[in-house]
Structures are given as structure tokens and as C-alpha cells.
Design a protein around this ligand. Structure first.
Ligand code: OGA
Ligand code: NI
Length: 339
């Protein structure tokens, strides 16, 4: 750990902290323990030797760059992004903005092939790259979730993963493209990305992911930062060979607050375009979100009331990107004041 330094965004502090790196080649009780520790302390870790074929990653990245390299007018044909499709700068429904353009998909194979029509000149190639990638990262997410359950001594080790493998799972996939700050880019009035000052810009503002688990991979360009409890931001060094895993709000609820849904953001601070691909594992809309019995004890009573993902999603959509939502689902709202 080094001394905190001023962050060009506002007056916040940055700190160089080594985020946990978990080697999945040695799956077993020790790895399960390390994953639980990282999820409790950071809500975030990187996985290496994850078993996702390089070829699948390369094909997906290639397809994404092909799409984002198209003229703005072409890309707009795949929009708007609410609920799914192409979005530029606008994030969500309530006026949040960032220096990002993105494609948002439901991971259902039927939705993917339908969407591909407006995205690629070769829709079959695009949807096959995406289905292959999604299948592989879903598998990875399940392995991680099973290890989490194991490390938490939850008897039913598929209690979390069965939600995201459910036929009606509401999982989503997002391709984020962060163009580099101006300089040698298109400055014509028709360009979507015009006025930037040099240096750090907010690409994707501070938030937590509402789902269960996020599996994120980026190219070799930095920008992702996670927020520690004390409000200090930690830059996550890019590593295209690893995946970043982060705990979502629902997993915080299902672990009865033992795991933390980490707040994070992405900055555009490089000369090179950044591309990230994020898979968000989510349950079916009507799944009831509760903690497995092992997570609730007399000393550790239920922190949150049971709720459905549909209910949670509705609240999330009604709030701003950076708003906290989980505290609206506390079992005893009165207790909040004492905490
Ligand atoms: C997201 C997100 C960060 C990134 O899409 O939810 O946090 O690095 N993205 O692109
Ligand atoms: Ni996120």
C-alpha cells in the first residue's frame, strides 16, 4: 500500500492497493476460503487460470471493435439501449451520463440472435461469438458462486448458481467502449464525442451492480476503479488475461451482508480506446431473494426482508446510477439509524 495521492476527479483520494488475485487452477477448499475473504473485504477480486478459452475472448472483442468502429449513424440503428441495444453517453433511465458507448443484451439466445441483425453485417458470426462467450463466462460465474457457497459452509452449494442457470434467468451482457479523450479523434460537429478536457473523464459513474455476480474483462487499457469503504478509490490495473469478479447487490443480500457489493466506476484517462465486456448474472424476475439458512443466526439476524428481483429491478430503474438501493430493503429500517 502506498500513500494516497490526489485524484484528478474532484478531491477524492486514490490508493494503490493490490486487489486479490485468485488462481482458479487450484480449485478446492483453500481457494473457496480466499474467495470468501476477498468478497467480504473488497467485494472484488481477479481470477486467473479461469479456463475461458482465449479464442472466445478474442472473437468477442473483435466483433465489439467492429461494431464500435462503425459511423455513429450506423450504430444508432442498434439503439436505443432502453431496455436493450446501443446507447451512447446516456446510462439508464434517469439522466446519468458518461463518456461511454455501449451495447446491452439480455443473454437469452433468442434475444441475442434477434439483436445481432441490427449490429453486424454478419449477424450469425456476431451471435455465435457472443453465445460462445456468454456460455463460457456463465460457467465461470457458476464455478465462482459454488466456491463461494462452499467457503461460506452453505450446505446447498448450488444455491446461488442455480439462480443464474435457470432457464428464465434475467442475466444481461454489456459491451462498453470508452473512446480516448479528444486529441486526434474526430472533432467534427457530427461526432458523438466532442468536448473533453484532457485527462480523466468519467466514463461510467460510480455505482454498484444490482445483480448477483459480475464477470468483467477489459482490454489492456486501464480505467476501472473500485471504492473501499472509506471512500478511497483503488485503480484496478488492466490485465486482458484475467477476469474481474465483483459481488452484486443481490449477493450481498443473500449472504446476509457478509459479502459487500462493491462500488466502482470507469474513467477514460488513456490515449487508447478501452473496451470492457461485462456479464451480469441475475436470477429470474420472480425469484425470491433470501439468505440460505446458514447465513442467518440469532447473533446475525436477517438484515434484509425477502424481495423479488422484479421488485429490486423496479426500484433500481427508478433511481440514479450512483444511488444505494439495498438499504431500502432492510428488515428493520429503524436499525439503520443506529448503524
Ligand atoms: C458496468 C461497469 C466498468 C467498466 O458496466 O457496470 O461497471 O470497466 N463497467 O467498464
Ligand atoms: Ni458496474
Amino acid at each position: 500500500m502506498v500513500v494516497a495521492s490526489p485524484n484528478p476527479i474532484g478531491s477524492e483520494k486514490l490508493r494503490a492497493v493490490e486487489v486479490p488475485i485468485i488462481d482458479l487452477s487450484a480449485r478446492g477448499p483453500k481457494v473457496a476460503e480466499l474467495i470468501v475473504k476477498a468478497s467480504q473485504e473488497y467485494g472484488f477480486f481477479k481470477v486467473i487460470n479461469h479456463g475461458v478459452a482465449e479464442d472466445l475472448i478474442r472473437k468477442m472483442e473483435e466483433e465489439s471493435f467492429n461494431f464500435f468502429g462503425k459511423p455513429a449513424s450506423e450504430k444508432k440503428k442498434a439503439g436505443p439501449a432502453q431496455p436493450f441495444g446501443y446507447g451512447c453517453k446516456n446510462i439508464g433511465f434517469n439522466g446519468d451520463m458518461g463518456e461511454v458507448e455501449y451495447l446491452l443484451f439480455n443473454t437469452n439466445p433468442h434475444c441475442i440472435s434477434q439483436r445481432s441483425e441490427t449490429i453486424s453485417n454478419d449477424p450469425t458470426k456476431f451471435s455465435s461469438a457472443m453465445s460462445g462467450y456468454i456460455q463460457a463466462v456463465t460457467h465461470l460465474a457458476c464455478e465462482v458462486l459454488d466456491l463461494m457457497a462452499e467457503g461460506l459452509w452453505v450446505h446447498d452449494t448450488s444455491v446461488f448458481s442455480s439462480l443464474i442457470t435457470h432457464l428464465d434467468s434475467d442475466s444481461v451482457f454489456r459491451l462498453n467502449h470508452y473512446p480516448p479523450p479528444l486529441k486526434d479523434r474526430d472533432t467534427s460537429p457530427s461526432s458523438s464525442f466532442q468536448i473533453h478536457h484532457q485527462g480523466n473523464n468519467i466514463g461510467f459513474g460510480e455505482h454498484s451492480d444490482p445483480q448477483i455476480l459480475t464477470i468483467l474483462r477489459s482490454n489492456d487499457v486501464g480505467g476501472l476503479q473500485i471504492c473501499l469503504g472509506d471512500g478511497v478509490w483503488v485503480p484496478v490495473p488492466p490485465d486482458p488475461t484475467s477476469f474481474c469478479v465483483n459481488v452484486g447487490d443481490l449477493l450481498q443480500a443473500m449472504t446476509n451482508g457478509r459479502f459487500v457489493s462493491v462500488r466502482h466506476r470507469a474513467l477514460t484517462n488513456s490515449d487508447k480506446p478501452r473496451m470492457s465486456m461485462a456479464y451480469f448474472g441475475a436470477p429470474p424476475l420472480h425469484a425470491l431473494i433470501t439468505s440460505p439458512p446458514e447465513m442467518v443466526t440469532p447473533e446475525r439476524p436477517s438484515l434484509y426482508r425477502p424481495f423479488t428481483w422484479a421488485e429490486y429491478k423496479e426500484i433500481t430503474y427508478s433511481l440514479r446510477l450512483g444511488d444505494s438501493r439495498l438499504n431500502l430493503f432492510k428488515a428493520c429500517p429503524d436499525k439503520e439509524a443506529q448503524e
